[in-house]
Design a protein around this ligand. Sequence first.
Ligand code: ADP
Length: 154
Amino acid sequence: MSHSIAVFPGSFDPLTIGHVSIVQRALPLFSKVVVGMGVNTTKKSMFAPEQRLAWIKGVFANEPRIEVVSFEGLTVDLCKRLNAQFILRGLRNGTDHDYERTIALMNRQLAGIETVFLPAEAHHAHISSTIVRELIANKADVAALVPMDISRTL
Ligand code: ADP
């Protein structure tokens, strides 16, 4: 497709090296990848949306084909606003797959938007923002799990 745009939605609370890998591996597949940081008003995050957004923008600052936005509401509505034809998601394991497949089929029915899945790299399959938050809460070192810019500011 001549101008294909993919939205990579997530909470990124915080961004991990697993997320970064998915975005970088998706770059050859699309003209543009938009990282959409979801602001969920009912779900409490560890890091403020402004902080999460600043981290993501900093990490991808050198790549003009990556855009970073925050959004509220449905991912398909963000896709429509941006004229994005695809949603990008990473799959770590069978649990991710079962869950993601349902959402992907729903998004396709709702808006005709296809989801493109990339398998997590084997050495990233155990990394989740949930576990990183748990480690941070217990003062463990997460330098190997998040981009350097983020671990430095923690
Ligand atoms: P959400 O709250 O929507 O699940 P996350 O920020 O946890 O958002 O994850 C966003 C996307 O990144 C999801 O598609 C998720 O499967 C993927 N992802 C998360 N961690 C990894 C990882 N370690 N390797 C590859 N993909 C990942």
